[in-house]
Design a binder for this molecule. Structure first.
Ligand code: URA
Length: 441
């Protein structure tokens, strides 16, 4: 078997055999296949696609290219959740303690932010003392203590995906349903999940710009899940405007605290409740409640103190500091340094969420290169969202930096320009789009 023939087969629109896919993934992992041949095959896959069997084999081979977590100590079905990324997406820190309060035990491996989307690990790191580098051997202790643990991805989790992803990034081969689906599912399977709930974001702030594309990606991942014997559900969520009221690390963790103490934004709550519902059901921790009762019980626990108590347990167990009133102590203080005002009167028609994400990165909340340092206090607060009325001169957003940041002034003005470009103001009140666009099982 050789790579040249495999590339030619895919170029000529043939299905690759399981042996050919195995040969490819093994060669990528051990470095025996040069980048130019890997890139050629990736491009052939982008152009000619893969069938369900090929996608599933690619997923399982990538999952097995490193160590696969066994989670025998998890009570019930080991579940995991994954979001395809967005702006203001603070769902995981709310979801973990919420489902833990129903007895759903979770080992959550999360990533850092790269590009304009945020990463859960960075958000938890904005709490003083919180340890996100948990040793795999210690996962069981945390799960026994609190029912949950959150950690950065270990280097040996699906290493073939890491190599392929960095090549895809520089060869124009990211946008491919089979490559995205197998990349995501391989990491979930390597993380030990037997049940997977996917938050497939859709809109200007997401990979998938429209509903048809998001549905196609969701269906591809569900097919892989079915063939790989993992119960998989996808919730398609709206990323045509930022989720909640803020983006940025400390700002989002402050919104998390508001949400677990009953003061959350409705769009955040809707997404959390829907994802929690599927995770609890798949983990078989629904205690026989009907869907309506379970959903209302999930919502109630966000405001009756149950989720808040579990949230504090999670923070304390991983070394995070809480003050006397039970609020996390953050590594910095967000400083409200500039407001962006509306140039017109009317209604907010749309918000280009990718531009908002880019503005947030310019302020220091994210990184463009892996080695960039984050300003945990940086971010954006949204005074108005789609459908809200504004008068000329009203504040659209507040821009934040960390209290001691010395951000060059021109970056602040570049961020302001992006925000002015992102907000479209028009005379008619637009229809509100729901936070949940669809559920695919
Ligand atoms: N997220 C991933 O993990 N992989 C992709 O290919 C795209 C988004």
């Amino acid at each position: 078997m050789n790579m040249r023939d495999i590339i030619i087969a895919k170029r000529d629109k043939q299905s690759l055999t399981d042996e050919e896919i195995r040969f490819f993934v093994k060669g990528v992992t051990d470095g025996s296949i040069p980048d130019y041949q890997t890139s050629a095959l990736l491009m052939a896959i982008v152009l000619n696609g893969m069938d369900d069997r090929e996608m599933t084999t690619l997923t399982l081979e990538m999952a097995q290219s490193g160590s696969v977590l066994e989670l025998p100590y998890i009570d019930g079905v080991a579940v995991d959740k994954h979001s395809t990324g967005g702006v203001g997406d603070k769902i995981t820190p709310i979801l973990l303690p919420l489902i833990a309060s129903f007895g759903v035990e979770v080992v959550k491996l999360s990533g850092r932010g790269l590009g304009f989307t945020g990463g859960t690990v960075d958000k938890f790191e904005s709490i003083e003392g919180f340890n996100v580098e948990v040793n795999t051997k210690d996962f069981q202790n945390y799960v026994t203590k609190t029912g949950m643990v959150i950690s950065g991805q270990t280097p040996d989790l699906a290493p073939a995906d890491k190599i392929l992803y960095s090549l895809r990034d520089v060869t124009g081969t990211v946008d491919s349903i089979p490559l995205i689906a197998s990349s995501i599912m391989s990491k979930k399977i390597a993380g030990g999940a037997k049940g997977i709930v996917l938050d497939v974001t859709c809109g200007s702030g997401a990979f998938m710009k429209d509903y048809a594309m998001a549905k196609e990606l969701a269906e591809a991942m569900i097919k892989i899940g079915k063939l790989a014997d993992r119960k998989t559900v996808a919730v398609i969520t709206n990323m045509d405007q930022p989720l909640g009221r803020v983006c940025g690390n400390i700002l989002e963790m402050q919104e998390v605290l508001n949400t677990v103490t009953g003061k959350g934004e409705e769009d955040v709550i809707e997404v959390v409740v829907e994802l929690a519902y599927h995770l609890i059901t798949i983990a078989k921790k629904d205690a026989g409640m009907s869907p309506e009762v379970l959903r209302s019980e999930i919502r109630a626990r966000l405001s009756d103190g149950t989720c808040y108590e579990k949230y504090k347990e999670l923070i304390k167990s991983q070394g995070g500091k809480l003050n006397d009133s039970g609020s996390p102590v953050y590594v910095d203080t967000p400083f409200d340094c500039m407001h962006v005002n509306s140039p017109d009167s009317g209604y907010v028609q749309s918000i280009r969420t990718d531009l908002i994400g880019q503005a947030s990165v310019l302020l220091g909340a994210g990184r463009l290169a892996k080695t960039d340092k984050i300003d945990y206090g940086a971010g954006i607060g949204f005074f108005v969202k789609v459908g809200d009325k504004v008068e000329r001169g009203d504040s659209l957003c507040a821009l934040y930096t960390g209290a001691n940041s010395n951000l060059p002034e021109e970056r602040l003005f570049d961020a302001m320009d992006l925000i002015l470009e992102a907000y479209e103001i028009g005379p008619e009140k637009p229809e509100k789009t729901p936070a949940i666009l669809g559920v695919i099982t």
